[in-house]
Design a protein around this ligand. Structure first.
Ligand code: GLA
Ligand code: ZN
Length: 693
């Protein structure tokens, strides 16, 4: 069960994007790279990501000797390879000879050659060409010892609005709506503004100078973009699986990138990987805030397959594209890398190994600077981390046991983004992160799922702003609660169906009202400066530190049905005294409803009391400390507790007495732990404890 996701590599992987194709005329650099990689503890590199021109300089002419030699060099030095398919960028000859591969923007203007990540994902030529290129790579390198993983393309994303894609979209719609234009019209509510279609050939992709107001069209377009991107990727993977069925495939994802549904695409890869670039040390939030937001995305990536994932890219220091590309302060690189591992990554990989000399990424952080040697701060920090990662073999393949899931759903996000009206502070993603944060603060490992995932098995499911309810979702949620599950909903729940059409008969719709025990009649959006409060009812006062809490942005006016308990009421405005937070027993389970956007303290205390009531596992420490994050990975007989200090000062935490009987030992310095642990700023430790049988 707890096996490495990469065969024959039972280590935490440490490496990054390596572009020797930019240095082919400097063989001494290529040799030096290997020496430096060994010093930095690098055991795997991602190669060939943007190497199409180096592989096929002219149509049908291949130069693969440099890649043969690279494989030789890596193998001679025991370094593994993630071989990329080069579809992320095209050589100029291809765009000249086959302009239909150039992407067309929503304004219907075709790109010129240049940049990257800008192909048409429908064009038959590019599909054939990538399949042929990938087949050749698999035939030539499939049996090489160094080959560990296929890195499919790079950061798929964007959309193409060319005529080929328009046709493909119409075909996709015909399939979805059973070739029945009336069904589509009804699902999209197109009688609005006389926008009803008579034929599928009248439909165009959404664009600013055309149609953007049919929300069903917008949502279906995003579904199509997801589908077509995935089809393009599947076409890339097919020859690889035929020739190298045992080599797993991944593609590097981009956090919560909204452009396609990562849940859908991930079904077709073996291993999830993502590129993480948090803006540490920014001027608008605390260091711990940045850490908590990053934790959410790590949790999401682990949840995509409920297996360990790979941190495919991160920067050893700064990036080249943030507003201020701040240096990572000493120690932060190691802490941020361990954070990925703490949440389930089996790798720490970089963009990039060596800084190129020209073009836009020449000042992007890298392990090897233009200076070229190992005596730099960044290199030393990477090498130190490399040494520590070598001590973590035993955690490879392990992952946390989770009892809580937060729902973050791509389609719901698109629907919330479509919504016109209310106010401009909908912030779906931030809202999900805030709820997740309450559990991060408590050291509770949390999955981040979409609404289609299995719920049984969790003790608590938190579904912030679940505005769209897909057909089967309401049923499943009800069943889950009825059988003993606990769910938390908020304002804006169950307003629209999967084509963004409002439910009739009251919100939350689709039958969910029965489980929620409330009816949401109206929603009052607030100005930024408006504040209301919620007042805790006396019988619940013992669970909270204060008697009232501020709320902003949205106050939904709800009615508690018979049998629903009111935890808090509004303190102000014409709905003063009406319920704001409720609890409804449904079957063996409970459904909570938070009708307004409360301040963080309320969420923290609310979830704290829920965790106690429900009996959710918390870390074995006497008291949690603010900014000291604790996560857990488990094997059959051991638990690994990660302690990471994201606060501004020293933190002291005391292990529970019971832990002291389980031989707690630090994986980093191999010492037995004392009961009280100290963590300086940016410090961390990983503690192995024996599970009690
Ligand atoms: C992305 C890309 C890389 C590089 C980095 C820079 O993650 O995949 O090729 O451009 O960004 O941060
Ligand atoms: Zn296209």
């Amino acid at each position: 069960m707890f096996q490495s996701i990469i065969k024959d590599m039972p280590h935490i992987l440490h490496g990054g994007d390596y572009n020797p194709d930019q240095w082919l005329d400097m063989p001494e650099v290529l040799k030096e790279d290997v020496r430096l990689m060994k010093l930095a503890g690098i055991n795997v590199v991602s190669i060939g990501i943007f190497a199409w021109k180096a592989l096929e300089p002219e149509e049908g002419v291949y130069t693969l000797e440099w890649l043969d030699e690279l494989f030789d060099r890596l193998e001679a030095n025991g370094i593994g390879a993630f071989l990329a398919t080069p579809s992320g960028a095209r050589p100029a000859w291809m765009d000249k000879n086959h302009p239909e591969v150039l992407r067309m923007n929503s304004d219907r203007v075709r790109n010129l050659h240049g940049e990257r990540h800008n192909h048409c994902y429908t064009a038959p030529y590019y599909r054939e060409k990538t399949a042929q290129m990938n087949k050749m790579l698999a035939e030539r390198y499939g049996k090489r010892k160094a080959l560990k993983l296929w890195h499919i393309s790079n950061e798929y994303g964007g959309e193409c609005h060319c005529p080929l894609c328009q046709n493909a979209f119409r075909e996709w719609l015909k399939n979805r709506y059973h070739n029945d234009i009336h069904e589509l019209n009804s699902r999209w509510w197109t009688r609005f503004w006389s926008h009803e279609f008579s034929d599928f050939d009248e439909i165009e992709s959404p664009c600013p100078h055309g149609e953007m107001e049919i929300h069903g069209l917008n949502i279906d377009w995003m579904r199509f973009v997801t589908y077509q991107t995935t089809e393009f990727m599947k076409n890339e993977i097919k020859p690889l699986k035929e020739i190298t069925p045992d080599i797993p495939v991944t593609t590097n994802l981009m956090g919560t990138y909204p452009g396609f549904d990562q849940w859908y695409l991930s079904k077709y890869i073996d291993v999830v990987s993502w590129d993480s670039y948090p803006d540490w040390h920014n001027d608008y939030e605390s260091f711990a805030d940045t850490a908590a937001k990053t934790a959410f995305i790590h949790d999401l990536n682990r949840s995509l397959k409920h297996k360990p994932f790979l941190l495919m890219e991160s920067t050893p220091s700064q990036v080249n594209w943030q507003r201020v590309c701040k240096l990572k302060r000493p120690g932060v690189h190691e802490l941020a890398s361990i954070q990925a591992v703490a949440h389930g990554s089996d790798s720490v990989q970089y963009f990039q190994w060596r800084k190129g000399r020209g073009a836009s990424e020449k000042f992007h952080g890298a392990v090897v600077d233009h200076y070229g040697k190992e005596d730099t701060r960044v290199f030393r920090e990477v090498a130190k981390l490399g040494e520590n990662l070598k001590k973590l073999d035993s955690i490879v393949g392990t992952f946390p046991q989770t009892e809580v899931a937060v729902i973050y759903d791509w389609e719901n996000r698109w629907a919330v983004d479509n919504l016109q009206g209310l106010n401009d502070r909908r912030n779906y993603e931030q809202t999900c992160k805030k709820h997740h944060r309450a559990f991060w603060n408590m050291g509770i490992s949390t999955d981040v799922n979409d609404m289609t995932q299995e719920m049984t098995g969790y003790k608590l499911v938190v579904a912030p702003m679940l505005y769209m309810l897909r057909p089967e979702t309401a049923e499943r949620i009800k069943e889950y609660i009825y059988n003993g599950g606990n769910v938390v909903f908020t304002y804006c729940t169950g307003n629209v169906d999967e084509t963004d059409k409002c439910f009739t008969g009251g919100f939350p719709g689709n039958g969910l009202m029965e489980a929620a025990g409330i009816w949401a009649e109206e929603i009052d959006p607030l100005y930024d400066t408006d504040i209301n409060q919620i007042q805790i009812k006396e019988e619940y006062a013992k669970y909270f530190k204060n008697t009232s809490y501020k709320c902003r942005d949205f106050c939904e006016i709800i009615h508690a049905k018979e049998g629903t308990e009111v935890i808090a009421c509004y303190g102000d405005d014409f709905y003063k005294g009406m319920p704001a937070v409720t609890k409804h027993q449904y079957g063996k389970g409970c459904c909570y409803y938070i009708a307004t956007r409360t301040e963080d303290d309320f969420l923290e205390e609310f979830y704290h009391s829920l965790v106690k009531t429900i009996g959710i596992l918390t870390p074995p420490v006497k008291e949690m400390k603010k900014g000291l994050s604790i996560t857990r990975r488990c094997s059959e007989d051991k638990e690994y507790l990660f302690f990471m200090n994201y606060s501004e000062g020293v933190q002291e935490v005391e292990l529970e007495d019971s832990v002291m009987d389980c031989s707690p030992i630090s994986l980093i310095n191999k010492e037995m732990m004392t009961q009280t642990l100290h963590f300086g700023k940016y410090e961390y430790d990983i503690i192995e404890i024996q599970k009690k049988s």
